[in-house]
Design a protein around this ligand. Structure first.
Ligand SMILES: *[C@@H]1O[C@H](CO)[C@@H](O)[C@H](O)[C@H]1NC(C)=O
Ligand SMILES: *[C@@H]1O[C@H](CO)[C@@H](O)[C@H](O)[C@H]1NC(C)=O
Ligand SMILES: *[C@@H]1O[C@H](CO)[C@@H](O)[C@H](O)[C@H]1NC(C)=O
Length: 452
């Protein structure tokens, strides 16, 4: 049944691609196109028709029985940006590019190589997700987490084989709020539920995240100045604007604080003239419009099980507006609980000027956690892949921090294979993520021999 459905979907997608303006005459062989194992809608509560759109790709080459193969969940940021950006531009099994024509290419760095990978359009109102009324769109992280919890549990119930699989929640940018929020909610809920009803959360990973805005917003001036992008006078101007944002946060004037942060970023954009603050080395911005073009096709929507009457947008203004007052609220305290009860990975592409390395270090070192001094004292190790510098890894206990070389805000888009190695080794506790206590020469080598 399932394979018939998936073959049909495969056929449909191939046919449809043929008619897209960017279609490349030479299509990849059908057998290499991993379509979603499952996709469609998950309910977010028992009483309304609101629903979260998902695409799920099970592991391509699992190294364990499926019942023990980890599930990785991906949440895009925004607020209000669709996880289909992550799916089709970053870590999914196919990536879009437009080399004269729009085409899908197998992604060698896909995060579903050995894990199941679930993309959720979160919160409702985002991407293909459905909000039955605008009032139901979350305005705070508690409501975001409540919907996510319901959706994730509904997903697990779709297949008896999902129940026993460990779950890792990952995401990028504004998901630096969502990921801790759902992780924290799961820990609280699990404490009230029997083991069989809970969610088998083992870790959370945040890429270039906004998590503790009050400290992060204060780092842009220094970060840009020491990168040589602004001069001393501009640094002073930017610092003044940053202080205004901090002041508004301290006053609890949340909406104005969000506006003040936007002013800081706009100033930085004007001063530097960069193509994008997401990556100071880029000559052109990331190509979100490729995903828009692909998902505007009615046939593609049908094949993916999305509601065809929804016009997909990369980021929803309605959702962005709903969460406007939430933007500057910190969820650092949630990470502080998560690091005691599960693993936490914070990773950043080195070239990001919005939520980059300096911005993360600023709040990381203020974490209230018994291991923080040991983490701060831990060696920052040079990470190499096939002899080339891939970045830096610092780890102590449940906390890992990775700086990814040659990447901006969308790490898996820029360094797909290295990002895959990072997530796999972190989940499986291999290579530089092996536990100190257990590390010995034979157990610390990675399965693929990529670490040197
Ligand atoms: C928020 O800040 C703005 C700008 O400083 C000010 O006009 C407004 O009165 C403040 N609102 C509240 C509720 O303090
Ligand atoms: C599809 O989306 C439209 C517009 O949001 C909505 O009115 C309709 O109820 C949805 N259809 C289904 C089957 O959910
Ligand atoms: C690390 O997380 C595990 C659960 O994965 C937990 O049992 C342990 O207590 C945590 N360690 C510390 C030092 O907080």
């Amino acid at each position: 049944m399932e394979s018939i459905t998936s073959n049909l979907i495969k056929l449909l997608l191939l046919l449809l691609l043929y008619f897209l303006p960017c279609f490349h005459a030479k299509s990849p062989p059908t057998s290499t196109l991993p379509l979603p194992t499952k996709s469609g809608y998950l309910p977010v509560n028992p009483t309304t028709n609101s629903a979260m759109f998902y695409t799920f790709y099970d592991a391509q080459n699992p190294i364990s029985p499926l019942t023990q193969t980890p599930l990785v969940i991906w949440l895009q940021g925004g607020p209000g940006c669709s996880s289909m950006i992550g799916n089709f531009l970053e870590l999914g099994p196919w990536r879009l590019n437009c080399d004269k024509h729009l085409q899908l290419e197998p992604n060698l760095g896909a995060w579903n190589r050995i894990f199941g990978l679930l993309f959720l359009d979160n919160p409702i109102g985002t991407g293909f997700s459905i909000a039955s009324s605008p009032k139901e769109i979350p305005t705070d992280q508690y409501s975001v987490a409540k919907h996510l919890f319901f959706a994730i549990r509904s997903f697990i119930e779709l297949d008896p084989l999902f129940k026993s699989r460990s779950i890792y929640i990952t995401g990028e940018s504004y998901a630096g709020k969502y990921v801790p929020a759902i992780g924290y909610y799961i820990l609280k809920k699990n404490a009230q539920l029997s083991e069989s009803q809970g969610v088998n959360l083992r870790g959370v990973a945040i890429g270039n995240g906004l998590t503790d805005p009050v400290r992060q917003v204060a780092t842009h001036a220094a970060s840009a100045y020491f990168s040589g992008l602004i001069n001393g006078k501009q640094k002073t101007q930017l610092e003044k604007a940053q202080l205004e944002a901090v002041k508004l946060i301290k006053e609890g004037n949340w909406s104005e604080a969000t506006n003040a942060r936007n002013r800081v970023l706009n100033m930085l954009q004007d001063m530097t003239g960069l193509a994008t603050l997401y990556d100071l080395t880029r000559k052109v911005p990331y190509e979100f419009e490729l995903v828009g073009e692909f998902l505007s096709s009615e046939g593609v929507k049908k094949a993916l099980g999305a509601n065809v009457s929804i016009a997909w947008e990369d980021c929803s203004d309605v959702v962005g507006e709903a969460l406007h007052e939430d933007v500057m609220k910190s969820v650092k305290f949630m990470v502080e609980l998560l690091v005691k009860k599960s693993k936490v990975l914070l990773y950043q592409g080195q070239f990001d000027l919005r939520d980059g390395v300096v911005s993360t270090e600023a709040w990381l070192k203020t974490m209230k956690w018994e291991g923080i001094d040991k983490f701060q004292a831990a060696e920052r190790k040079v990470w190499k892949v096939k002899g080339e510098l891939a970045g830096y890894v610092q780890k102590w206990g449940n906390l890992s921090h990775v700086v990814v070389s040659g990447a901006g805000h969308l790490v898996p888009a820029d360094q797909s294979v290295n990002s895959q190695i990072m997530i796999e080794d972190w989940v499986l506790e291999r290579g530089l993520f092996a536990n100190e206590q257990e590390a010995n020469p034979s157990s610390s080598s990675t399965g693929n021999g990529f670490y040197v």
